[in-house]
Write a new protein. Sequence first.
Length: 104
Amino acid sequence: MDKAAPKGAGPPHKHIPLRRCVSCGQRSPQRELVRIVRSPGGEVSVDLGRKKLPGRGAYLCRSPECWERAIKKDRLSFALKANVSPEDRQRLQEFALGQLAQAH
């Protein structure tokens, strides 16, 4: 009688969490996306600490086009289940133009 290979034989498989960009819908590893978070107080900000800020999160690609589309079509309000204020939109646009434009 043959013995089955023991569980865990072979290299361990590292789980890589996938998230979907709320703008283009592309699934990517969580580390490659930027998390936008709505705090319990209602403030919307960019979570640079990779899921360190508490609150409801949404993910966007690092592409400035995705950010522009998400802000213009109000996809963040839907994903965060709250209205994004004009001030928050302005801060997010500035982040996209400053931080993301330098990376590309």
